[in-house]
Design a protein around this ligand. Structure first.
Ligand code: R5P
Length: 292
């Protein structure tokens, strides 16, 4: 097996190669043509080998790079190509809300599937994307990775900022053997939310170390509001934790200002303290891939 890391996921790809038993790891040669188009070439002897390609698709450029890498690896004669997309961009629109819209999660999935024997991703925005995916698709969770980081620290309560994320807080609570709860969230617009406490609290909040767990932090609006609400209850310390840390614009600084620590997994590069999902992805690659 060989692992190739795209430019959006080089460090994670190398970690995955180590978790797979120090299998060969490489990065492609890339350059831009004068008109800005991307040229790339993969090295190493991948002919007849199973290849794991790792590339998050946070930007449109990341997506183009992924498609070109898939083509190059196929051309180079790989036996099977397993495509790992740690952060799957365009996942928010997973269904039709108004006639005439594109269902971006499905459209991107179709294109990734063209040159893939299986796809592995992490904490998708919605399980809808898995339904009808044109190739075998596997979803790792970022929760065990963040839990590994939290295990040695004092934690009293896991909090999901909305009811939709309660399973994440519950799973983390299960691993750490701590209680969990969900806040009530009302979205005002794409950057602002209104949060309230549930009627019944699993533990009194005053003085407690609270971990707010979310799948993705984008503008930071949700986490900042959650932290402010918890601070008003005079909690002892707040950690913000997520799988995918996009931290748009000044989101990281705004979250730092109202929390004591910020954790994310390594599906995306960002300044947060990192928990690696490499062991969780490697476990899927070693155990679940379809036969050649
Ligand atoms: C919502 O469904 C998600 O779980 C996150 O809570 C949300 O995407 C976070 O966005 P932001 O950081 O912009 O508040």
């Amino acid at each position: 097996m060989h692992v190739i890391g795209g430019s959006a996921s080089t460090a994670l790809a190398e970690r995955i190669s180590r978790e797979l038993g120090n299998v060969p790891f490489g990065i492609p040669f890339m350059k831009r043509f004068p008109d800005g188009e991307l040229y790339l070439r993969v090295g190493g002897r991948v002919s007849g080998e199973d290849v794991v390609l790792v590339q998050s698709t946070r930007t449109d450029q990341d997506l183009i790079e992924l498609f070109l890498l898939q083509d190059a690896i196929r051309q180079a004669g790989a036996r099977r190509l397993f495509v790992v997309v740690p952060y799957y961009g365009y996942a928010r629109q997973d269904r039709l809300f108004y006639p005439g819209e594109a269902v971006s999660a499905r459209a991107i999935g179709r294109h990734i599937a063209i040159d893939a024997d299986a796809v592995v991703t992490v904490d998708l925005h919605s399980p809808e994307i898995l339904k009808g995916f044109p190739k075998p698709v596997f979803e790792a969770s970022g929760i065990p990775a963040v839990a590994r980081l939290l295990r040695e620290r004092p934690v009293d309560l896991l909090v999901s900022p909305d009811k939709g994320g309660i399973e994440r807080a519950k799973r983390m609570g299960g691993i750490l053997e701590k209680p969990w709860m969900a806040l009530e969230k009302r979205r005002i617009d794409s950057e602002h939310v209104e949060l309230t406490l549930p009627k019944e609290l699993p533990v009194p909040l005053e003085g407690k170390h609270i971990v707010i767990v979310d799948d993705v932090i984008s503008t930071g609006g949700t986490i900042v509001e959650a932290a402010r609400l918890l601070k008003r209850q005079r909690v002892g310390a707040i950690t913000a934790a997520c799988t995918h840390g996009l931290f748009l614009r000044d989101a990281f600084e705004r979250i730092k200002a109202v929390t004591d620590a910020v954790f994310s997994t390594d599906t995306l590069d960002n300044p947060a303290e990192k928990a690696s999902v490499a062991p969780d992805i490697a476990q899927i690659l070693l155990g679940d891939m379809p036969a050649a």
